[in-house]
Every structure is written in C-alpha cells, then in structure tokens.
Design a protein around this ligand. Sequence first.
Ligand code: KG4
Ligand code: ZN
Length: 347
Amino acid sequence: MQSEQKDITILGIETSCDETAAAVVTNGRQVRSSVVASQTELHEKYGGVVPEIASRAHIENIYPVLREALDQAGVRGEDLDAIAIANQPGLTIALVVGVTTAKTLAFTWGKPLIAINHLHAHLQSAMLSAEQIELPAVALVVSGGHTSLYDCESPLELTLLGSTTDDAAGEAFDKVATILRLPYPGGPSIERLAKQGNPKAIRFPRSMLGKDSLDFSFSGLKTAVLYHCRGQDMKGADRVAEMSEQEVADIAASFQAAVIDVLVKKSKRAADRIGAKTVLLGGGVAANGTLRDALRTMCERGRPPRRLLVAPKQYCTDNAVMVASLAYHKYQAGLFADLSLEPSPTG
Ligand code: KG4
Ligand code: ZN
C-alpha cells in the first residue's frame, strides 16, 4: 500500500530591502497567500533605498503583513510545518526585523526555523512552474543589489560562476533613471519609455571584461549615459530637462539594449561552457519584457535549443513566496537553523 505523503506548509518572511513580505506555500508550489507591502513611496524622493527608513517601515508593516498572509491562507500558527526567513544578503537593519520576527514565531509556536539565501530564492521563483529541470542549468539573478550567474544542480546546489564587479544591473537601471529624471524605481520607468525609443540610436559601451570572463561591470555604461547628457568633461549643462521626449526615450532604449546585450551574451557564454540544457532567470530586472524576449531568443537559437524558465512577473521583484518555496526543499533535506540565526549582509 502506498503511504500518503503529508502536506508541508511553510510561512515565508522577506525583509531584506524595501519590501515587507509574507507568504504561505504548501509543498513548495501551492501558493496559499502572498502579501507584499512595498515602501517605494517612502524611498522615491531619495532616488534609492534609505536603510534606516526601510528598517522602521519593516517594523511597522511586519505584523499586519503576517496577519494578512495567515488570514488569506486560512491557517493558524499551529497548522504550519516551518517558518522560513531570508536572512542574507541584504541591508542588516532591514534583515534583522524579519529574522527576529521569524525566530520569535518559531520559538513561540515550537516550529522549525529555515534560513534562506535571498538570491537563491529569486531563482526558486523561476522554478515554480517547472515539475523538473533538465540539467545542467545556468541561472541568472538580476536584481537591485546583485547580478550573478550560477551553475545550478538543484534548488539547493548553486555554484557561483560570475557576478558584478561594481553596479548591479538593477542599480544601473535605477541610477540611469535618476540621470534621465524618471521616477523611482528606475527599471520599470526605463522599460516603459524605452518602448518609444530607438535602441540603436546611441551605441553605449558593452563591458565584457575579457573573452572568458563571466563577471559583469555596469558602472562604465552608467557613466557613458551621464557623459552623453552632461558632456565628456561633465562641465556642460544637464541637458535632460531640455531634451525632447523622443531623445530621452532613445537614451533609455539604447541603455537598456546595452545592459540586455551583456546579460544575454554572458548567459550564453556560461551556458556554452557548462553545456546547459536549461537557463533560469530571476530577480527584479527579470520583470523586463525585452530581457525576457532576448533570453528566449538566445535559448531557442542554441544548438541544441535550451529551455528558458523565467520567474512569473509577480514573483520577479521581492516577495515571500520564493522564500517559502525554497524552504520546502530545505525542509525535505532536513536543513534547519537554530535560534542563534543572525542576518548576514553579504550572504
Ligand atoms: O529583486 P528586487 O525586487 O530587489 C533586490 O533584491 O534588489 O529588484 C529590484 C530591482 C530594482 O533595481 C528595479 O529597478 C529593477 O529590479 N526592476 C526592473 C524592472 N522591474 C524592476 N529593471 C528593469 N526592468 C523592469 N521592468
Ligand atoms: Zn531581491
């Protein structure tokens, strides 16, 4: 007689940057609830995340967000099998709010605690739709803080192949949006405007860092956009205010094309190197439709063609579904944390 497997229901918590999120997920894929309190409005006027403001907002939001996630899922603490928390990487004073909350719940409810790497969780979002992944697989995480390529053997076995040496891809989008006087966060603003622009209008530099490198560098590109707007010596007037909308759209489209070109070429380089059959894409920048399309084309044209797995758009930017989902694999593997768990900014 086949024994029936018990459902595993996990509460995930995410506070690594500027989103306070909680989610309840059963068996790693069945999303019972997902609540995200975004702090975009608080950070907008600074053009980036202010850690102190983020931390205070997490403290304010964490209990209402948890309440809503549990209510929407129709579960109580005693129904849960584990509490999962993204404890790295991120802003320490933001992470600590979630870590302390998760430890307190695990302690009070007598549930196991699971520590999750936020970047690995972003990739888990890409695996949500797939029953099985054909290996080897290359995984690209593109977020506000990171641009990383991994050799992915399973949700829990990720070997770093390369990462950014300066600005992350999302950070470059945000900084260029500030230069172009577009609203924060920059990624969605640039993507929107780029749709009206010509991606070939300006040939911005593509930094490949040598023919074998799998690392990334986006700060030169950001500076090139700045020089384009202010002149090579930075002594010229900031022309953006006087530019036509078409001129700004052309800059946005040309910048976006340069970032995507590098991301696609490096992903192909990594995929060729390890003979990847699958390419995974996750992180906030993965919400970008032009990037998704470009990677899909790269995969379809591969010899042999590769399968592209992309995070659903609502799970590209920070959320707790990805935390609870990855925690299911750690639960199955018996990988638990204890109550001495601390936040780790670098991961
Ligand atoms: O993963 P995420 O929510 O937070 C971090 O872990 O950093 O990523 C946020 C980043 C921001 O830099 C934002 O501008 C970028 O993702 N982003 C986008 C898009 N949507 C969000 N970048 C390009 N195109 C988008 N549609
Ligand atoms: Zn993130």
